[in-house]
Design a binder for this molecule. Structure first.
Ligand code: DLZ
Length: 160
């Protein structure tokens, strides 16, 4: 499992009335059960942090970067959620690298942290294991929001 060595990050105080953070959560629409788990984890983390959250749905993970590019300038942090499952075709590699490279580019270009909640799995079971559902071993939606908000709070003194 990929979570070995992950930090425990407390985001309970990152957003206050004096210093509020605005979060955008962008979610692709493929693989509904796994995505529902990711979204639920993302919402739980946002609630723990007390941030104002805007959710947007896009068709697939390929569309996550363009949505992140459009939204990032209006938010303190963005989280992209997607589920890509290898289907034995080269499409898997294209969709994964487009999402990964595109989201990295948006984050670096805008200076807005983009939490990476895109699961790239060989099997559906791997996705279920990481989706924060009852019985899952990991909660990647929660992790992605936590990371993006922690980074946004750490970078707050150098607002762009
Ligand atoms: C085409 C495609 C395929 C084969 N698989 C997935 C997937 O597993 N997860 C996902 O989020 N999106 C997939 N897509 C759709 C692409 O992301 C994209 O929406 C379409 O290629 C249209 O641009």
């Amino acid at each position: 499992m990929s979570g070995h060595g992950a930090p425990v990050i407390d985001i309970s105080g990152v957003s206050t009335q004096e210093t509020p953070l605005k979060l955008a959560v962008i979610a692709a629409s493929w693989h509904t059960e796994i995505m529902d788990g990711l979204l639920d984890g993302a919402r739980r983390a946002a609630a723990e942090a007390g941030v104002e959250t805007t959710e947007v749905r896009v068709p697939g993970s390929f569309e996550l970067p363009v949505a992140a590019a459009r939204m990032a300038p209006h938010f303190d942090a963005v989280v992209a959620l997607g589920v890509v499952i290898r289907g034995g075709t080269p499409h898997f590699e294209y969709v994964c690298s487009a999402a990964t490279d595109g989201l990295t580019e948006v984050s670096v270009r805008t200076g807005v942290p983009v939490g990476f909640g895109v699961l790239t799995c060989d099997t559906e079971q791997q996705g279920l294991d990481r989706a924060g559902l009852p019985g899952s071993k990991e909660d990647k939606g929660h992790e992605a929001v936590t990371a993006a908000l922690a980074a946004a709070a750490a970078l707050r003194p150098w607002k762009m």
